[in-house]
Design a protein around this ligand. Structure first.
Ligand SMILES: [Mg+2]
Length: 423
């Protein structure tokens, strides 16, 4: 069955040297209307999901070859996404970006999914940033998301303690994102050893653990020190709950795998002799419950990621409608072949990248310039939003008056504590 939408793009030529690549008016701010118009006839075509009438055909431990799962035609999985999927749960590192570099065609892919009316959920095991910081990162890369669309491992770790009615202090080995999420939930942070870099035998004998330290959260920490390890280990030995953000050993950035949270978690585990009580991020059942509690219907959800042991395992454990591995990050075809041999979780489909999944050529898409609706006004010096502009926006969005957007601080806090009504 053909899809019910059409892919259209604005035919605003950029230059004679790049006639094929055109400027696209995109939803770069809330009031902008998502309008995409054709670059050429090939792009206009909405391809059929030929020959793939079942996206659940492959099960863990299946025999065969990774090549059998590779989607290599121009259509990608576009028709399936259009007709059989309501929600896309998307990994970030290795799918959308590598480090701070946006991968080619990702902006256009997200724009297309928005235009198709798909719910997007960005689930990242990177715990360095809070949800608010991720919103800013997306924005810097030209992609606009809502905080409620982001589920980071930092958020999940703090949320886990909140669900446990945790009332003591949490020591953090990890990024500022974890501290920020704890603060948002009014959970107290134990500063631990701050900037101490060493812990000698004499220091150890005098090490003073805050008796109110009831939890240690461990994620990726680019300032990880022996002193932090010593404090965390002793706190855990004295009964603090050991919460790990995620088990990822590393992310493919630049020259190779950069050490991830899993490497530091292993260090704390070895030093303390205690295993984490929970890994809050993918592929944990806790994170799955968070998503389900936020009304994500996994049966109508496509899980997209670049790792078998977190993303694909998470999707399969959660009963996702389908799982897709992108080859733009950590795992390659050889990893899928190995998982097949060893009986590990394998994806339903493999694509080169997110744009390929949607039948888009990433290089063409990456060359498209996204332009704000009122950019021409900005060039003329009118770059200040007026009260009339705000009123127009509110009218467009269905608000009778901007007072409707004001929230009582108590209500706001209750809403945040409720995590969208789940907890
Ligand atoms: Mg990833």
């Amino acid at each position: 069955m053909a899809t019910a939408f059409s892919i259209t793009r604005t035919a605003a030529a950029v230059s004679s040297a790049s006639r094929r690549v055109t400027s696209v008016r995109a939803a770069v701010k809330p009031s902008a209307k998502a309008t995409m118009r054709p670059i050429n006839d090939r792009r206009r075509r909405v391809a059929h999901f030929a020959g793939r009438d079942s996206c659940r055909a492959v099960v863990a431990g299946a025999t065969g070859s990774a090549d059998d799962l590779l989607v290599d035609d121009e259509a990608g999985l576009l028709d399936f996404v259009a007709n059989d999927v309501d929600c896309i749960v998307m990994d970030c590192d290795g799918v959308l970006w590598q480090g701070d570099t946006l991968l080619p065609g990702v902006r256009e892919s997200i724009q297309l999914l928005r235009e198709m009316g798909k719910r997007l959920v960005f689930v990242t095991n990177n715990s360095n940033k809070s949800r608010r910081q991720y919103v800013h990162k997306f924005e810097k890369l030209g992609i606009f998301v809502e905080k409620e669309e982001v589920f980071s491992a930092a958020f999940a770790a703090a949320a886990y303690l909140k669900t446990q009615k945790f009332a003591k202090k949490a020591m953090v080995i990890g990024g500022q994102g974890i501290v920020d999420e704890l603060n948002e939930m009014y959970l107290e942070v134990d500063p631990g050893v701050f900037n101490a870099v060493q812990c000698t035998e004499m220091d150890w004998e005098e090490l003073d653990i805050d008796p109110d330290c009831g939890a240690v959260i461990v994620g990726q920490d680019t300032s990880f020190t022996y002193a932090k390890l010593a404090y965390a280990s002793l706190a855990i030995q004295r009964g603090a709950v050991f919460v790990a953000t995620n088990p990822d050993a590393g992310d493919a950035i630049g020259p190779g795998l950069m050490p991830g949270a899993g490497a530091i978690v292993a260090s704390v585990e070895k030093a303390s002799g205690v295993s984490p009580e929970i890994y809050a991020g993918k592929p944990s059942a806790f994170l799955l419950e968070l998503l389900k509690g936020n009304h994500v219907d996994m049966a109508r959800t496509l899980v997209v990621g670049d790792r078998l042991d977190t993303d694909i395992t998470f999707g399969r454990a959660g009963g996702a409608g389908a799982t897709v591995l992108t080859l733009s990050g950590v795992c390659g075809l050889e990893d899928v072949d190995a998982a097949m041999e060893e009986g590990g979780d394998i994806p339903d489909h493999i694509v080169q990248s997110l744009p390929h999944m949607l039948g888009l050529n990433p290089e063409d898409a990456a060359a498209i310039e996204f332009v704000e609706d009122d950019q021409e006004d900005d060039r003329e010096g009118d770059n200040t939003a007026s009260r009339d502009d705000l009123d127009d926006y509110l009218d467009d969005e269905g608000f009778a008056d901007d007072d409707d957007m004001l929230f009582d601080s108590v209500d706001d806090q209750e809403a945040r504590d409720a995590f969208g009504g789940r907890i």
